[in-house]
Design a binder for this molecule. Structure first.
Ligand code: ZN
Length: 162
């Protein structure tokens, strides 16, 4: 059977509702078999009692992840979140900027979805542009010579609650 990949509009999913297999069939107009395929692909069910039920947020997460698997370029205000595996914006578009050297700076944010630190490299030449795209909270000037400080020092901050 050829596999056609479809895009499902996950905005209709109510995150706090539970959906039966039949609800999902109705919601997306897919075959029951498709939903069962999703179960085998990792869509979490509430339990193994029939009829199966799925929490809305699990359904949305599963489909978003699946659809995010295809390459999508980040918008100027987006970062690729390593945890969500899709482009995400930072909380309220707030970022810090760190100058790494004369030619490079790093934009640092926090994933709006999962709180994972986000970062991407840009150029000081684009600074004006960045101020238009983001709410720049802090600008750090790292010392240019010698210190080879790790880029991902945001990891040292307390990021708990995963
Ligand atoms: Zn994320």
């Amino acid at each position: 059977m050829p596999k056609r990949k479809r895009n499902y509009n996950t905005h209709h999913i109510k995150l706090t509702l539970s959906y039966s297999t039949q609800d999902i069939v109705t919601l997306f107009g897919v075959h029951k078999r498709t939903v069962h395929e999703w179960y085998t692909q990792g869509l979490p069910r509430i339990d193994d009692l029939k009829p199966f039920f799925v929490m809305g947020f699990h359904l949305k997460e599963f489909l978003d992840k699946r659809q995010g698997g295809r390459k999508r370029h980040c918008q100027p205000n987006e970062f690729f979140c390593m945890k969500c595996r899709v482009p995400r914006t930072s909380w309220e578009n707030v970022v810090d900027i760190k100058f790494l050297n004369e030619k490079r700076l790093m934009i640092v944010g926090l994933c709006v979805q999962c709180n994972t630190p986000l970062n991407k490299i840009s150029s000081p030449k684009k600074l004006d542009e960045l101020h238009k795209i983001f709410v720049v909270q802090k600008i750090h000037h790292e010392h240019l010579s010698g210190s080879n400080s790790p880029i991902y020092n945001t990891d040292k901050n307390e990021v708990t609650g995963t």
